[in-house]
Design a protein around this ligand. Structure first.
Ligand SMILES: NC(=O)c1ccc[n+]([C@@H]2O[C@H](COP(=O)([O-])OP(=O)(O)OC[C@H]3O[C@@H](n4cnc5c(N)ncnc54)[C@H](O)[C@@H]3O)[C@@H](O)[C@H]2O)c1
Length: 486
């Protein structure tokens, strides 16, 4: 990392042990999961097992990455710019190693580049904040590592182009963390296969509901936590004051344990670091919608994006939020995306008249169905009993068919698919090319919402034609020393 002070890995290790008690319950759970898994059969000897490194050790590390990646190989090290997060994550990995008779040695670093220098590291799992994904992924590929990177892969359209160029240059395998493509009992894959087989007839409308971003609260200036290197957390983004509330309000659920603030958990509600719901849940559900509609090529023609109804918690002028002490992403929205063939895809926080607030509804002249993480329902789904999909209908959705591998559809399969691909050098189920094209649409929707007006996005040129104002969002100025380049 540029502008670096001395690496604090030894200090953070010690701090990790001091924090360890907070992590023991996670540790016990993950150890039993890893020890009982038969999935790692493909990597029989320890010599064959990939050395795994984690960069960013927040919620996603605790709910998915640590638990699933360490079925396949040992944790060589973890990096996080917050020593407390790092210590908790390190203890979890140590517990998994202990339960699996692996050496109880897990590196802990503030600077992720220490992991990239380590020859024992074969794969890098990126669970950092969104604005760091691209730089870490490109640095990892250039260091010869394969990469599992969380969605949203990028902060801007330009970053996606850079990641693709880095893949071409290095030949590394990259899986994007959009696990809806391979998990959740295959519901989303089934939906995509049904749509490719015209099971709603002629498609009249697609509605994608992803919830709204969190309502804003005032965040006073304060010192960052002592364990957090705020400068490094900000990375490419402009240097601003740290802001957080003094009390923890969220005490249950995924965001629990931290006060509302600019950093951990809640950064996703700032356009500076993320894209609100569009890059949070949109990266999952818009992906399924466009995958199902077979609209992930660059030859689909221009998309007109019309923000019919949008509520931001703060005032925007020329697309820029006018205050920095509140979350700023859209809390309510209904955006109409019209493809070149005339099909409308509505991306909304919720759709009360259709009776759902999370999922994707496909409507056509022969019926409609809804799919989300918990269900897939509607007449076309019931009709599968009489007219099932062809045996290869789901496998054909992917660049390389993952469906023959044990566990397809189960929790953790997405990581397994990545690990299989690092051996076979095949393309993982969430390939970067199609994710990039889909995420471009999410980024473009955010541009339309921020500007409060219609924009026309061209998937081929990956810009907004002669709309100079919209084009100014295709890339961002990056802080000196934190630029992404291939
Ligand atoms: N696929 C999914 O369903 C899913 C679910 C949740 C989160 N995610 C994604 O996972 C990522 C992490 O989300 P989270 O909820 O765990 O956030 P979080 O705030 O809990 O954790 C992010 C961690 O990254 C660390 N970090 C920031 N900059 C870093 C750097 N330069 N080097 C190393 N560590 C750094 C932070 O200190 C923090 O500990 C996000 O991109 C999010 O979109 C995906």
């Amino acid at each position: 990392m540029p502008n670096k002070k001395k690496d604090t890995s030894d200090q953070t290790s010690r701090r990790g042990f001091l924090q360890a008690t907070a992590a023991t319950s996670f540790g016990a759970y993950f150890s039993s999961v890893a020890a009982s898994s038969a999935w790692a059969a493909d990597f029989k000897s320890p010599n064959e097992q990939p050395g795994v490194a984690f960069v960013g050790a927040g919620i996603r590390y605790h709910t998915y990455h640590g638990k699933h990646a360490l079925k396949f190989g040992p944790c060589i090290g973890i990096a996080d710019v917050d020593g407390v997060q790092l210590g908790r994550a390190q203890q979890v990995a140590i517990d998994i190693h202990r339960a699996n008779n692996r050496p109880i040695v897990v590196g802990a670093h503030e600077d992720y580049r220490r992991l990239l220098d380590n020859k024992e590291v074969d794969v890098v799992v990126i669970g950092s904040v969104d604005h760091w994904h691209t730089k870490i992924a490109i640095d990892a590929m250039n260091a010869g590592k394969d990469v599992y990177a969380e969605k949203p892969l990028t902060l801007t359209i330009r970053e996606g182009q850079q990641i693709l160029a880095a893949m071409k240059k290095t030949g590394r395998v990259v899986q994007v963390g959009t696990q809806q493509r391979t998990e959740f009992a295959q519901r989303f894959a089934q939906a995509a296969a049904m749509m490719r087989d015209n099971r709603v007839g002629e498609v009249s409308k697609v509605t994608v509901c992803i919830g709204g971003s969190r309502d804003a609260v005032t965040l006073p200036k304060c010192d960052p936590p002592k364990s957090l290197n705020w400068n490094e957390w900000l990375g490419q983004c402009p240097m601003v004051d740290y802001r957080a509330q003094s009390e923890i309000v969220d005490t249950t659920g995924w965001g629990a344990g931290f006060p509302f603030g600019r950093a951990h958990r809640y950064y996703r509600w700032f356009y500076e670091y993320s894209g609100g719901k569009l890059t949070d849940w949109g990266a999952h559900h818009v992906d399924v919608a466009m995958w199902s509609l077979n609209k992930l090529g660059d030859d689909i023609g221009k998309i007109t994006i019309d923000p019919l109804d949008v509520t931001h918690p703060v005032e925007f002028v020329d697309g820029m939020p006018q205050r920095d002490d509140m979350f700023n992403c859209a809390t309510k929205f209904n955006v109409k995306c019209t493809f070149a063939d005339g099909l409308d895809m509505y991306v909304r926080d919720n759709a009360p008249k259709l009776g759902f607030d999370n999922g994707i509804m496909f409507e056509g002249n022969q019926g409609r169905f809804l799919v989300n993480r918990g269900k897939i329902v509607g007449k076309p789904v019931e009709m599968l009993k009489d007219k099932p999909l062809a045996g290869d209908a789901i496998g054909k959705l992917y660049v390389d068919d993952p469906t023959g591998t044990e566990g397809f559809g189960e929790d953790g399969f997405h990581m397994k698919n990545f690990m299989e691909c690092i051996k076979s050098r095949k393309t993982p189920a969430s390939d970067v090319q199609s994710h990039h094209r889909m995420l471009n649409v999410c980024h473009a929707i955010n541009v339309a919402m921020r500007l409060g007006r219609k924009v026309v996005f061209d998937p081929k040129t990956e810009d907004f034609g002669d709309d100079k104002q919209a084009n100014s969002f295709v890339q961002r100025e990056q802080r000196k020393g934190y630029e992404t380049s291939v």
